[in-house]
Write a protein that binds this ligand. Structure first.
Ligand code: HAM
Length: 429
């Protein structure tokens, strides 16, 4: 066993797996651009308070899973935390840079790693990748539907089938407090059925009880009062309008009255993406919702907002389960090999010139026999082997088409154009 290993809950993305992530990132960036969501990046760490206030000090994500970073420099001892999600940091940036002055909503998108000190298992990591999308400054309901459709579009573009959206409304400051009291009273009357951790939740965050995976609670949860039945007029209208907009796009969400989210900033629209009929424990592929109070919580003027984040690790896993494993990185157009094993200099020079002309070219830099060099070129998945020999003195090399099994002479002066033409011909042929 090697002495050093990647920390528990983190993974090295070796080239084949990294290629699967890169493909998803390309789809995400492409969709974001088509839907008008501009790319943004925020630091991987923030002042902890951004998450304590934004995500909520009493959520699992902040209370149990935050990676806290303390740096002590003489007098200075500052507290930061690695970002467990992107929304709080993006909203912090929105307030800090006065993005409220721009035409609203501000539509942004971010791809990157997030960190949660979770118990690692398949699909649950301590470092994981999200594609996060936010529309800040639009009260909806149309933009709610736009985002849900965008999420579904991403899964479809990735090749993943059978993804459904689960939708709920978790109310707002008008209707939620009375509902929470009702819920507390309900579970309070059945306190004997609750485990100690669940009893603790009852007073701080009773909504999360609805999310419990405890099979003994399933019956109690099913019979619990439902927030959808106690929404105030504006929240009920909003939910109906989101559904109507989704219907206009041909999307029928699965209404899920027990859907609550693990972060405190949500108001009204809450949704999650699931793969229908997936084996094993149902993990959300992504989730999001409206956060109409978050900008104000982080020091800005009252501003509505909505967004989602999709877990890229879980999409890669789901694609593999569907038999769509990642493909290995594509090989180079050509590998430059040579009859004179020792002449690595000429091979390196020629490869450098071809790369400068824009081609993907590797030079065989090992002083080994030509046969071994050619085997290496084939193993790399190269289209061509460029064989350097004595005829180089007359401006000529041999070009072997490793896929067609043919070989011919070619002019060095014209080689870059020759190889790109050959490759394009192959691609379209
Ligand atoms: P979230 O539901 O906490 O929401 O995370 C979104 C997605 O990230 C999850 O559905 C899951 O696919 C993935 N994910 C979360 N934790 C892990 C983990 N430990 N390992 C692997 N994947 C994970 C948010 O993060 C919100 N910021 C979404 C949002 C954006 N709401 C509004 N705007």
């Amino acid at each position: 066993m090697p002495r050093f290993r990647a920390p528990r809950g983190t993974r090295d993305l070796l080239p084949t797996e990294r290629a699967a992530f890169a493909r998803l990132e390309t789809i995400a960036r492409d969709l974001a651009a088509r839907y008008g969501y501009a790319e943004i990046d925020t630091p991987l760490f923030e002042e902890s308070e951004v998450f304590e206030r934004g995500v909520g000090a009493l959520t699992d994500v902040v209370e149990k899973e935050l990676f806290r970073v303390t740096a002590t420099r003489g007098e200075e001892d500052e507290r930061w935390a690695l970002r467990p999600e992107a929304t709080a940091g993006i909203v912090r940036a929105y307030v800090q840079h006065g993005l409220q002055a721009l035409p609203q909503p501000v539509r942004v998108s971010l791809c990157g790693p997030m960190f949660r000190y979770d118990r690692p298992q398949a699909g649950r990591y301590r470092e994981f990748w999200q594609w996060d999308v936010e529309a800040i400054g639009d009260p909806g309901p149309a933009v709610d539907a736009e985002l849900i459709e965008l999420g579904l579009r991403f899964y479809a573009s990735s090749g993943l089938t059978g993804v459904a959206v689960h939708l709920n409304s978790i109310g707002d400051g008008e209707c939620r407090p009375a509902y929470l009291e009702r819920l507390q009273a309900y579970f309070g009357a059945h306190a004997e059925a609750l485990a100690p951790a669940e009893k603790a939740r009852l007073s701080v965050n009773p909504l999360r009880l609805l999310d419990s995976k405890d099979p003994d609670l399933a019956g109690l949860i099913a019979a619990a009062p439902r927030l959808v039945d106690h929404l105030c007029g504006p929240c009920a209208d909003h939910l109906a309008a989101v559904q109507a907009h989704l219907a206009a796009l041909g999307i029928e969400p699965h209404l899920e009255p027990t859907l609550v989210r693990g972060l405190d900033y949500y108001t009204r629209t809450a949704f999650e993406f699931y793969r229908e009929g997936a084996m094993g424990q149902q993990q959300a592929l992504g989730g999001g919702g409206r956060y109409d109070g978050l900008v104000e919580l982080l020091g800005g003027k009252p501003t509505p907002g909505i967004g989602f984040a999709l877990g890229l690790d879980r999409v890669v896993l789901a694609l593999a389960e569907q038999g769509q494993a990642g493909s290995p990185p594509v090989g180079p157009t050509a590998v430059v090999v040579g009859a004179d094993a020792a002449d690595t200099m000429t091979r390196l020079q020629l490869a450098t010139d071809l790369r400068a002309a824009g081609l993907a070219v590797r030079a065989d830099l090992a002083a080994r026999k030509l046969g071994r060099q050619l085997e290496g070129a084939a193993r790399d998945g190269a289209h061509f082997a460029v064989i350097v020999g004595d005829e180089l003195a007359h401006g000529q090399v041999q070009v072997r088409d490793l896929q067609a099994g043919t070989q011919r002479s070619a002019n060095v002066a014209d080689l870059a154009r020759d190889l790109s033409r050959g490759q394009a011909g192959h691609r379209h042929g």
